[in-house]
Design a protein around this ligand. Sequence first.
Ligand SMILES: NC(=O)c1ccc[n+]([C@@H]2O[C@H](COP(=O)([O-])OP(=O)(O)OC[C@H]3O[C@@H](n4cnc5c(N)ncnc54)[C@H](O)[C@@H]3O)[C@@H](O)[C@H]2O)c1
Ligand SMILES: O=P(O)(O)OC[C@@H](O)[C@@H](O)[C@H](O)[C@H](O)CO
Length: 478
Amino acid sequence: MTQPLSRNSFPALPSYPERMIQFGEGNFMRAFVDWQVQQMNNKGLFQGSAVLIQPLEQGLGGMLAEQDYLYTVLLNGILDGRTVSDREIMTSVSRLINPYSNYQDFLALAEDDALEFITSNTTEAGIAYHPGDRLEDAPQKSFPGKLTALLYKRFQLGKKGFVIIPCELIDRNGEKLREIVQRYASEWNLGEEFAAWLETENTFCCSLVDRIVPGYPRDKAGELEQELGYRDNLMVTAEPFLFWVIEGPAWLKEKLPLAEAGLNVVVTEDMTAYRERKVHLLNGPHTAMVSLGLLAGLETVEDVMNDGVFSAFVRQLIEDELIPMLDLPLEELQSYAAAVQERFRNPFIRHELTSIYLNSVSKFKTRLLPVLLRYRKERGELPKLITLAFAGLLLGYRGDRLQRQDGPEVLAVFDATWKDPQSFVEVILQDNSLWGENLLSVPGLKEALEDGLRLLDSLDCRTALEQTIGGEIQCSDS
Ligand SMILES: NC(=O)c1ccc[n+]([C@@H]2O[C@H](COP(=O)([O-])OP(=O)(O)OC[C@H]3O[C@@H](n4cnc5c(N)ncnc54)[C@H](O)[C@@H]3O)[C@@H](O)[C@H]2O)c1
Ligand SMILES: O=P(O)(O)OC[C@@H](O)[C@@H](O)[C@H](O)[C@H](O)CO
């Protein structure tokens, strides 16, 4: 029987002073930011660790403590033509504070001058204003509320601010976070001096993250335990590829020497083009493939890429509908798209479609809907593959064929609307809360989705896809 991972079993592992506060202890942050901190430490360039803040009352705090905050990152895949199979025990996390049970320790972080950086990933839902939050709460419900309380304490102590780099996959994440913090500062009457300190003493950066992190390797856990020689309930698998774009001042390159440590990190004045490329060419195909893939009984991204019809769908989607709508040099887009498809084919990691399926409605809205609308406007017709993916999404949210995973308010809208299949498409397209606008005004969309739904409901999904790729589904224009 193997022993659990702990510092006792690996007494030679190093420890580092805390230099970063990190909101979020999920798989992604542990295999992305903390992994990069580890690489900087390995090269003697940072000599620091991250203290994690659990954003929600329930989380991984207990499990991390049981392992002395150690865990293994397993990188599997092909990078620059080389097969990578790396295993490394992370020593870049010092501890985790649960502000729900230990608010004092959380606020006490404001006192530590060595803490210079704040990072976060609280999912797309985390950078949100919660009207009920108050300074006196212990803790505030929202992540920005907690951050405001911490920053205010820091200000009261007369200390310098932080470099704040959120990693949430929302557009202009740093600006959104700063706006909500400023809003709390104003609503909580924290004064003009604090508002000025927020502006001048803190650097809020926007950032874009890119690494596929499937998380805990459930299917291979036993085998890996034997191979590693210890039990690790928090091991994380990830692809070797990594890209982090930070929109921030040039001095950050020295202060946080990620690129110097050989990591694929860019500090730039404007990250817009990088974001467009990634969200539409990587996350877009992911979201387009999930509902259709799950409806066809496929389980992983690799399954999709190994299926002739589905991989043709992904390729055509990228080449014919996504790339032509992006304002970047064609060659650059084509080379990124080729790399993405290679990453999707990674035979060494198991990326479950169900994990990408989570909150598909909001993902469709940011990743594919803008392209669909632009295509319709510029070409006078609908992009047939994005439209079919939209139909697949709507069918999946009927709830009888797929196990939906979305917020209760989103599911309630679908449940109410699907009660009348005749009016379903017309009503759902008008729902501003889902799409941010009334999509009934998009010429031909209602009819095309009704056709798509009929097709997907009457044929098996692969045949429906084959027909669509062959151009047989017509988008009637009104
Ligand atoms: N897994 C990937 O391949 C990958 C790659 C790039 C980006 N991401 C992004 O990272 C996010 C997290 O992914 P993960 O794999 O680490 O998930 P996870 O479930 O392991 O971790 C989620 C984290 O978010 C926090 N959280 C969840 N809902 C919250 C809320 N409403 N308010 C505040 N905090 C909240 C949790 O406490 C936890 O720390 C995703 O939403 C995605 O946008 C993931
Ligand atoms: O993480 P999500 O659930 O927001 O989205 C699923 C995937 O599209 C996403 O995780 C990608 O794998 C990632 O963005 C790659 O960098």
